[in-house]
Design a protein around this ligand. Structure first.
Ligand code: MN
Length: 255
């Protein structure tokens, strides 16, 4: 390819989030990067799309380049980018992140970060999601450096499969890269029950992950042990094993 690599950068923490901006700064001289991202935080919106009100797209100038905010979901952003904003400059790679907080196990189903990457993948473009496990004072420098230094290898991986990367806490020394499967994730104390000023009950969703036994090749174990986790994902939720089972083949509708 004798033109610069084209990257579409999006996320679910919003255009101005530190993780996206850290990656943009690290990667902007290595590729032609266009940001199309939500205008505010849209974490945990999953693969939601906006069909019942209009979407507004606003230009933002960064370093003399035009980027875009959208008042929609991460999936809206990638769809709009590929259908409209970048229609004549189809990206070679979609990166979603770097997200503040992990996207591990079954949380990938709720994740706006992963959904933006799924959207790119559905358009046939190599796509990846990247997250750091720290919520608080997340340090994105290790993750940003890794992504930039391994851009070629990651593009190659992402051209074979959608990938979901989770980086361990920034205090982790010399992390290894592990190819993993989704771990087991279950939340306890999901709802906190509170009273509003008029004495009516309301609920605030939060919860904490239950301590579950994790298999050694899971994404959760990898980041717990201070390593970088890369999980190849597929979006076909069909249960092929069950579909091909003798049980289903001989299933009786009439008893
Ligand atoms: Mn997020």
């Amino acid at each position: 390819m004798n033109r610069p690599l084209r990257i579409l950068l999006s996320n679910d923490d919003g255009f101005h989030a530190a993780g996206l901006q850290a990656l943009y700064q690290a990667i902007k001289d290595k590729a032609e990067v266009t940001i199309v991202a939500p205008d505010r935080e849209r974490s945990a919106v999953g693969h939601g799309i906006t069909m019942h009100h209009p979407l507004r797209v606003e230009p933002v100038q960064l370093d003399g380049q035009t980027h875009w905010t959208v008042d929609g979901t991460p999936s809206d952003c990638v769809k709009l980018a590929l259908e409209k904003v970048l229609r004549d400059r189809r990206p070679d790679l979609v990166i979603s992140g770097i997200n503040r907080g992990p996207n591990l196990g079954s949380d990938v189903l709720y994740s706006g970060t992963v959904s933006a990457a799924i959207e790119g993948h559905m358009y046939g473009i190599p796509s990846m999601a990247a997250s750091v496990v720290d919520f608080g004072n997340a340090d994105f420098s290790l993750a940003a450096r890794f992504l930039v230094e391994h851009l070629e290898q990651l593009l190659e991986l992402a051209s074979h499969s959608l990938i979901n990367i989770n980086f361990p806490t920034a205090t982790s020394l010399n992390p290894k890269v592990r190819f993993t499967k989704l771990g087991r994730l279950n939340y306890i104390n999901v709802f906190e029950e509170r009273k509003d000023p008029r004495g009516r009950t309301y609920y605030w969703m939060g919860g904490e992950p239950e301590k579950l036994e994790q298999e050694a090749d899971s994404d959760i174990r990898a980041v717990e042990e201070g390593d970088i986790s890369i999980t190849p994902l597929i979006i076909d939720l069909t249960n092929y094993q069950f579909l091909q089972s003798d049980y289903l083949k001989s299933f009786q509708w009439e008893k």
